[in-house]
Ligand binder design. Sequence first.
Ligand code: ATP
Ligand code: MG
Length: 413
Amino acid sequence: MIQKIKGTMDILPDKTPLFRYIEGIMREEAQKYGFGEIRTPTFENTELFVRGVGNTTDVVQKEMYTFNDRDENRSISLRPEGTAGVARALIENGKCSDAMPLKYYYIISCFRHEAPQAGRSREFFQFGTEMFGSESPAADATVIALGASVLRRLGLTNVKLHLNSIGCKECRPAYREALVSYFGEHRDEICDTCKKRLDTNPLRLLDCKNKECAELAKDAPRTVDHLCPECAAHFESLKKLLDSMGIEYVVDSSIVRGLDYYTRSVFEFVAEGIGAQSTVCGGGRYDGLVEELGGPALSGIGFGMGITRVILAMEQLGLADISAPAPRLYIASLGEAAVEKAIAIVERLRRSGVYAECDIVGRSLKAQMKYANKLGADYTLIIGDSEVESGKAQLRDMKNSTQSEVSLDDFSI
Ligand code: ATP
Ligand code: MG
């Protein structure tokens, strides 16, 4: 028996309505905020992610699905995230000289070789948004508002916005030094990975999931205390905008985000009570990315929202019971002529936009009625020889237990 790859999932028809409901809200909200859908390839040249996500990140170093193309000897990777591909696409399609801002969204699968657990899989689904071409804090506020709006519409009152600024190229060196000096004093207490991070990417130390490291990170120097005047003003302005838009947040200096390209604003929407994988959405500003990928200096900001984590948060509040619609009508039939009649009526109703069902497996009449009940049909109709002959039958309203006679050839429902 061949089984699915560890860390992937089958989503069966009893669960797809929940996914479609969530994705529908994501699409509607994106549209209201003026974001157009973009679709980019599932796999790209590995180099794109090395440059776009960052060589020192866990994603690139440990988590990418990388392989050699069959006919051309080049390295390809399944996308571990969506931003790099979108940035490449807008450069490649000449969008960088369009009227700004550019606003894109996508709903995609991403692939990371991680330890599978609740809220963490190797293929996962993400709603992502990207806005390019505005450095204004109003762009940050708009992107954050879109994320908040999706979560609000899904009813997720258990989710909180955590906000931070990690500064820019100007403020980073001084902060980096303060961080290296702080963790350097605690070198014996940090994990082996963080010992390496101390040299390669000290900011990542703040993101470590190891208990001792996380404990030390609490008292580490804060980026917000090391911002250059421009970054400080940008952050103040963003907070004021969020206040005026009625979007609640907490400033959280532990938020640094896992990818290399972030500058200034970083944020996470965190759900309470769903376990260790509690970040349902993470994002931030990445002003250097487009240039890094060979395009013009074009600022950007966006987020990725994990759909399965959104579902965990919805389950926590009992909001995840979304089922497929029940049939409007179930036609039970007895005898060959009745089956023929039933399938013709069902087809006529389906063409007029109504979801209707009839028996096609040859159940007994009793079993058909039981099945109609299981499906939760609003109405049932029983057709036997006499109904075929008279062209009339009793339409039964299952909720009110009432009946009325209908003409089989032209009734509507
Ligand atoms: P985490 O710290 O949880 O590993 P991350 O910083 O790696 O998250 P991003 O790269 O910013 O996450 O991805 C954006 C969002 O995608 C996350 O906030 C999360 O909701 C979701 N996500 C990331 N990795 C996974 C995964 N392996 N399985 C399911 N969802 C994921
Ligand atoms: Mg991760």
